[in-house]
Design a protein around this ligand. Structure first.
Ligand code: 5GP
Ligand code: ZN
Length: 140
């Protein structure tokens, strides 16, 4: 498969590896927001968060806090972002599920540029109803 992360996992491409077990790999992002920006990746190829079975996702998220603590300690960060993209419209450039751990420093001159729209009238209540009813179909 022509997936850059699968090729890293299969050792066909180099990466600055941080951690590896039978299910999860973690390595430095090649173009970091800040130095120490680390990716945590399931070894099996799933494109989206929506695709991975819960048990396998659990193995990935179980390791996330330890890697986050290590990144924080090694970079002397003041905080961190855990970030995840699904689909090109959401900024996903590598179609293999991954979590970004981004160490943050006070005054590091980076912002996600979060915008904040406003609901009007009953828009929020209708959105709530629509998502609750969709959740019944999806199942928990
Ligand atoms: P996305 O935009 O899909 O959420 O993030 C993909 C990330 O993978 C980007 O931050 C990008 O810098 C990183 N990346 C892309 N190709 C490589 C690579 O070959 N090696 C490493 N270590 N990181 C990569
Ligand atoms: Zn892959």
């Amino acid at each position: 498969m022509d997936c850059i992360f699968c090729r890293i996992i299969n050792r066909e491409l180099p990466a600055a590896r941080i951690f590896e077990d039978s299910d999860v790999i973690s390595f430095l992002d090649i173009n970091p927001v800040n130095f120490g920006h680390t990716l945590v990746v399931p070894k099996r190829h799933y494109e989206l968060l929506l695709d991975i079975p819960g048990v396998e996702l659990g193995r990935v998220t179980k390791i996330l806090p330890s890697i986050a603590r290590a990144v924080m300690a090694a970079t002397k960060a003041d905080g961190l972002n855990v970030f995840q993209t699904n689909g090109p419209c959401a900024g996903q450039t590598v179609p293999h599920l991954h979590f970004h751990i981004i160490p943050r420093h006070t005054h590091d001159d980076f912002s996600f540029g979060w915008r904040q729209k406003k609901y009007r009238g009953d828009e929020m209540a209708r959105m709530q109803t629509d998502i609750i009813s969709a959740l019944k179909n999806v199942g928990v």
